[in-house]
Design a protein. Structure first.
Length: 159
């Protein structure tokens, strides 16, 4: 069987621990491994089947933003390789080439970054959704984050 799998990273409302959950075989609750809090999950069919992120299983909110799943290791490797090559040219006094290679490395970095898979994040509880579903969420919006986070924190009694 090659069923799509959506991976969730649930953020514990009590201690902020990141708890990985596979949507397709998740139960109705998970227990936080750090603080022991039970976190109820309401996983919709769309999330379970990796079709879409419609409703957040943790806070049942419907507002999400998209961001790139950035792996800092990839970016760092590119910068190090670029720096090593440009250091070689610098040794021969060819500053211009050295700088242009650094600039190229930065561009490659951007390219790698641009090709990274996106993930969807819940505005309210910061649960992350990784999967093959089509990304429909918009980019992060500070105002929305402010509104939804405060609403969620009031609801779970953090403020
Ligand atoms: Zn916890
Ligand atoms: Zn949520």
């Amino acid at each position: 069987m090659n069923r799509p799998l959506m991976q969730l990273l649930v953020k514990c409302p009590q201690c902020d621990a990141g708890l990985p959950v596979t949507a397709s075989n998740a139960g109705t609750a998970i227990r936080c491994g750090r603080c022991g809090r039970d976190i109820p999950l309401t996983i919709t069919d769309a999330v379970r089947d990796d079709r879409a992120v419609d409703v957040c299983p943790v806070c049942e909110g419907g507002e999400f933003y998209a961001r790139k799943d950035f792996d800092p290791k990839v970016g760092l490797t590119v910068v190090i390789i670029g720096a090593a090559i440009s250091a070689g040219f610098y040794w021969f006094g060819r500053d211009l080439i050295a700088y242009s290679i650094l600039a190229t490395a930065a561009l490659v970095d951007l390219f790698v970054y641009g090709r990274l898979k996106g993930l969807t994040v819940c505005y309210r509880c910061h649960t992350e959704f990784r999967g093959a579903y089509p990304q429909t969420a918009h980019a992060f919006d500070l105002h929305s984050a402010d509104v939804f986070e405060k609403e969620y924190e009031r609801r779970i009694g953090r403020r």
